[in-house]
Design a binder for this molecule. Structure first.
Ligand SMILES: Nc1ncnc2c1ncn2[C@@H]1O[C@H](COP(=O)(O)O)[C@@H](OP(=O)(O)O)[C@H]1O
Ligand SMILES: [Mg+2]
Ligand SMILES: [Mg+2]
Ligand SMILES: [Mg+2]
Length: 339
C-alpha cells in the first residue's frame, strides 16, 4: 500500500507547525509558559502546533475517518484563566495558516481551535488508521532555545507506516539550519530543508567498531538515567562522551549517521507515550537502523496511547545491535545486583 497522499499532507502539516513554533521560540516570553497538571511545561506553541497539524490533515484528507492520538488537550484552555492564552493561540494559528496561502481563507474561531486540539483525543490501537502527533517534542529544549521536533506518524493496523520529523534547530548543512526527515514504510528515509529543498536519502552509520561510535541521550537527566548509559557505553568500549540533545531530533540525527547509538532509560515507573517515538522510530528503521526495548523486543505501537516496554529504548545499526544488547543486559544485571 502506498501512502503518498498522506505523506504529502503530513509533510505540509509538520512544516507549517514548525513555522509556528519558530515564531514563538524567537519571541519566547515567560508568560507563554503554562504548567500542566504533571508540571511539564506547555507553551502556546505546543497547542498551536497541534491545532495546525490537525486542521491541515483534516483539510487534505478524508476528515470523516480522521483519528489523531496527540499529546495536548484543551482542558486548561477552557478554564477562565486560559482565556488569554487561547486568544494568543488562535491568533498564532490563523497567522500561520494564512502564511501558507492554501488554508487561510476562513479564520478559525476560538471554538474551532479548541476542537482542532481536542481531535487529538483518540486512543489509537491495533485496527484502522491513526495519526500520532507530538506537536512539540522536547518542550524543555524548546524553552531553552535548543533542539525540539514536531513529530507526526501514521499507524495503520497497529504498525507505523509514515514518520515525519520537523527539526527547526537541527543543522541541515554547514550554511543551513532546519531539517525535515520523512519515511514511508518500505520506502526509505529522506531529509530536506523545512522550506522544501530537494530531498536526499539518508542512512544510518555502517560503523561496526563500538570504539569509534558516539551515543545520544536526553539532555534532561530526569528523562533518562545518564549513569546507566555511561556504564553501557563503557562496557561496549565507546570512547566518546555522550551527546545530549532534546527530543526526537536524536532519531533524525541518527538516521543520517551523525551518531551510532541512542540510549533511553527512564526512571522507574515512567510510561513511554507513542507520540514520543512513533515518527522517530520509522525515520530510523527506514534508514537501516534498529529500535528496540532493552530486552531486544520491537516497539509495539498498537496498544493505545502508551508503549509497554522492558526497561528502556535502545537504537543503533544492525551491526552494533548484538554487542549493544549484551552490554545493556550486563549493565542492567549489575545495576540490579548493586541495589
Ligand atoms: N520522567 C520522564 N522520563 C522519561 N521521559 C520523560 C519524562 N518526563 C517527560 N518525558 C518525555 O520526554 C520527552 C522529551 O524527550 P527527550 O528527553 O528525548 O528530550 C517529553 O516530550 P515532550 O517534550 O513532548 O513533553 C516527555 O514526553
Ligand atoms: Mg509534554
Ligand atoms: Mg514528547
Ligand atoms: Mg510534546
Amino acid at each position: 500500500m502506498s501512502y503518498g497522499k498522506e505523506l504529502a499532507a503530513a509533510k505540509n502539516a509538520a512544516s507549517l507547525a514548525a513555522r509556528l513554533c519558530q515564531k514563538v521560540q524567537k519571541a519566547l516570553l515567560q508568560a507563554d509558559v503554562q504548567s500542566k497538571s504533571d508540571k511539564s511545561p506547555v507553551t502556546v506553541a505546543d497547542y498551536g502546533s497541534q491545532a495546525v497539524v490537525s486542521v491541515v490533515l483534516q483539510k487534505e484528507l478524508d476528515s470523516a475517518s480522521f483519528s489523531l492520538v496527540a499529546e495536548e488537550d484543551s482542558g486548561d484552555l477552557r478554564k477562565e484563566e486560559g482565556k488569554e492564552t487561547l486568544q494568543r493561540i488562535m491568533k498564532l494559528v490563523n497567522e500561520t495558516l494564512a502564511s501558507d496561502g492554501t488554508y487561510g481563507n476562513a479564520p478559525l474561531s476560538e471554538e474551532d481551535v479548541l476542537a482542532a486540539i481536542d481531535s487529538g483525543r483518540s486512543e489509537g490501537g491495533p485496527s484502522g488508521q491513526h495519526w500520532v502527533l507530538d506537536p512539540i517534542d522536547g518542550t524543555k529544549g524548546f524553552l531553552r532555545g535548543d533542539q525540539y521536533a514536531v513529530a507526526l506518524g501514521l499507524l495503520d493496523e497497529g504498525k507505523v507506516v509514515l514518520g515525519v520529523l520537523a527539526c527547526p534547530n537541527l543543522p541541515l548543512s554547514e550554511e543551513k539550519v532546519g531539517c525535515l526527515f520523512y519515511a514511508q514504510v518500505s520506502g526509505g528515509t529522506y531529509m530536506q530543508s523545512l522550506d522544501g529543498s530537494t530531498p536526499t536519502k539518508v542512512h544510518v552509520t555502517d560503523l561496526d567498531n563500538p570504539e569509534e561510535a558516539s551515543f545520544f541521550e536526553s539532555f534532561e537527566a530526569t528523562h533518562s538515567l545518564h549513569d546507566l548509559s555511561s556504564l553501557i557505553a563503557k562496557k561496549l568500549g565507546v570512547k566518546a562522551p555522550p551527546v545530549r540533545i532534546d527530543s526526537q531530533a536524536k532519531y533524525g540525527a541518527l538516521s543520517r549517521g551523525d551518531g551510532a547509538i541512542y540510549l533511553r532509560f527512564p526512571h522507574k515507573g515512567y510510561r513511554e507515550k507513542i507520540w514520543d517515538h512513533a515518527a522517530g522510530y520509522l525515520v530510523v528503521a527506514e534508514a537501516g537502523g534498529v529500535v528496540s526495548d532493552a530486552a531486544g523486543n520491537p516497539l509495539d505501537f498498537s496498544k493505545g496511547r502508551y508503549l509497554d516496554l522492558h526497561e528502556g529504548i535502545i537504537v543503533t545499526n544492525q551491526k552494533l545491535m548484538p554487542a549493544l544488547l549484551k552490554a545493556v543486559k550486563e549493565s542492567l544485571n549489575e545495576k540490579a545486583s548493586s541495589l
